[in-house]
Design a protein around this ligand. Structure first.
Ligand code: RP5
Length: 249
């Protein structure tokens, strides 16, 4: 079940239909459920101007419904042929700020090191320009792009760090509990992890760019983990477990 997709939202979204936590799962009855319909004009205009060459689907979901795929499971559709969020109700239907009906695919890099002075694990985090929350330097996968290539590209665009990622570096593929998610559009991501030696990390010169307004190496403690955007805490915890198993921390 998701939490942020029910309780958080970008400023331009209308209020989400208030949901008791026990009513989030689709298989619990919620007879008075009336999600607010919202698809941003940015999304609608994107398709109207760029058509299939742009990042958004047409508003008429029947044109794409049979092409939708997901990391999670077989997608269910509602009576309007709209894909249904596999983690439950969100209080908003339509696509919100997300371009695609169903999964919107992202890639997220986790870059860690052990600080030679403090002996603490540190992580490259960016401050997102849209909500000013600290986050992994991830972004959307372009049409036809390999998610692993998207991870390296987004890292470079947002932090200027130029690192290689390979399929073996993938830690997670699946749902993201993102504040933009709706009943019919949601984020899914591929997360890949690179652990650098302290010497290697000193050669990486970080500079915030693109959607990032700040970037830094930050010690990974509970305060940081709890402040991270969307499901990024969960992804970093998977990386920490792997580092411990490999005796790297
Ligand atoms: C999150 O949104 C993903 O985990 C990724 O970090 C990010 C991608 O969206 P943009 O940064 O491109 O807005 O759900």
């Amino acid at each position: 079940m998701h939490i942020k997709a029910v309780t958080e939202k970008p400023a331009q979204y209308p209020e989400r239909f208030p949901l008791d936590p026990t009513k989030v799962e689709w298989n619990t009855q919620c007879i008075d459920y009336k999600p607010t319909e919202y698809t941003s004009d940015i999304v609608i205009n994107q398709y109207n101007v760029h058509g299939d060459k742009g990042w958004a689907d047409p508003q008429d979901v029947s044109k794409v419904a049979n092409k939708i795929t997901s990391f999670i499971s077989e997608i269910q559709f509602d009576s309007f042929q709209r894909p249904v969020n596999p983690m439950g109700r969100t209080g908003i239907c339509g696509r919100g700020l997300l371009g695609k009906w169903g999964p919107n695919f992202a890639g997220d890099p986790i870059v860690t090191r052990v600080n030679a002075l403090s002996q603490k694990v540190e992580l490259v985090v960016i401050k997102r320009g849209d909500c000013l929350q600290w986050a992994l330097p991830g972004g959307m996968v372009d049409k036809g792009e390999d998610p692993v290539d998207a991870i390296a590209r987004e890292l470079k665009e947002e932090t200027h760090a130029d690192l290689n990622f390979k399929a073996k570096d993938i830690l997670y593929q699946g749902y993201v509990d993102d504040r933009r998610n709706t009943d019919n559009a949601w984020m899914e991501t591929t997360v890949a992890h690179k652990h650098l030696s302290y010497e290697e990390s000193l050669a990486v010169k970080l500079k915030a760019d693109d959607d990032a307004v700040d970037v830094k190496w930050q010690e990974v403690d509970e305060k940081l983990l709890n402040s991270l955007y969307a499901s990024h805490k969960k992804f970093v915890e998977i990386a920490l477990t792997k580092l411990k198993l490999e005796n790297k921390v």
